[in-house]
Write a protein that binds this ligand. Structure first.
Ligand code: MG
Length: 292
């Protein structure tokens, strides 16, 4: 595995079966680490994972986390997210648990220490059947990951820091951690991200550098939208300064998604897009690494 410097800039990208094309393409843009996501339709097994590892080693590229998205997820608006994303929809729970274990097995074969995904809108009420079912599911996934010393990082955004901390406490697994995505907190209209980041500091294992704007208050249920890094309402200088203050030394992984009104599979097919935005995000983050 490549040696990654503190706060090195990386990229969140989606993989299929061509690491020998994907990883050199990311290096050409100027990065040598990133989070590798697998959409739900992508076949994964030991041989495919071993190929990713071999190409990453040959390219001196650090895959620092593996993300799972699931078939049938849609981020069209908040009610649709509630009904389709993560572990909340009961009909897909069993399938998504099986897929999570598969992705963790792949992460282990790649030598990657973090597995992450959105688990969806978890209710605050600890006696709610969805809370209990998702808590138990996350326990089983954490236990599977722990045998490889892999952390399960919850992607933030759909709940407040307090709710997330209560959920983590209830799960009672030491390898349950947080991937902090400041733009999600804004786009879901959840809360100001910087105070949330401070509250989640002890659980933090990775971050997404993404920017966005708050939802339109006159249209309930809609999401805010993503913006090029530095042009949204996160305040990237405060974000990076806060990461330094809390002692975070992992990579700064840029996530630049396409519009949120397509379903996940379509979004992932587009591959690396917004190249100019990514290039200017690299410049911004590299300057904040020095100055913020
Ligand atoms: Mg994210």
């Amino acid at each position: 595995m490549a040696m990654i410097s503190p706060l090195e800039v990386g990229l969140m990208f989606w993989g299929e079966h061509q690491p020998e094309r994907t990883l050199p393409a990311i290096k050409l843009i100027g990065m040598r680490c990133g989070h590798l996501g697998f959409a739900g339709h992508v076949e994964l097994n030991f041989d495919i994972a071993s190929k990713w590892r071999a190409v990453a080693d040959a390219e001196d590229f650090g895959i620092t986390a593996v993300f799972a998205a699931f078939q049938g997820e849609s981020y069209a608006d908040i009610p649709t997210v509630q009904q389709t994303v993560g572990f909340i929809p009961p009909a897909t729970r069993e399938l998504r648990e099986k897929r999570s274990l598969e992705v963790i097995d792949a992460a282990s074969a790649m030598g990657v220490p973090i597995f992450a995904c959105h688990i969806g809108f978890v209710p605050d009420d600890h006696t709610h059947p969805d809370f209990v079912a998702v808590r138990d599911m996350v326990r089983r996934i954490c236990d599977h990951a722990l045998q490889y010393n892999i952390a399960f990082a919850l992607e933030t955004g759909q709940e407040t820091a307090e709710s997330l901390l209560h959920f983590i406490e209830a799960v009672e697994r030491r390898n349950l951690k947080v991937n902090f995505d400041p733009a999600n907190m804004i786009m879901y209209g959840t809360a100001e991200p910087i105070p949330a980041l401070e509250k989640l500091a002890t659980q933090l294992v990775s971050v997404h550098c993404k920017d966005g704007v708050w939802p339109d208050k006159t249209k309930p249920g809609t999401l805010g939208h993503e913006m090029p890094l530095g042009e949204g309402e996160v305040g990237m200088d405060r974000f990076v300064a806060t990461l330094k203050k809390i002692g975070y030394t992992g990579p700064l992984t840029i996530e630049r998604e396409v519009s949120l009104d397509q379903d996940m599979d379509d979004r992932h097919k587009e591959g690396i897009s917004h190249l100019d935005d990514i290039r200017s995000a690299i410049r911004l983050l590299n300057s904040l690494r020095e100055t913020a």
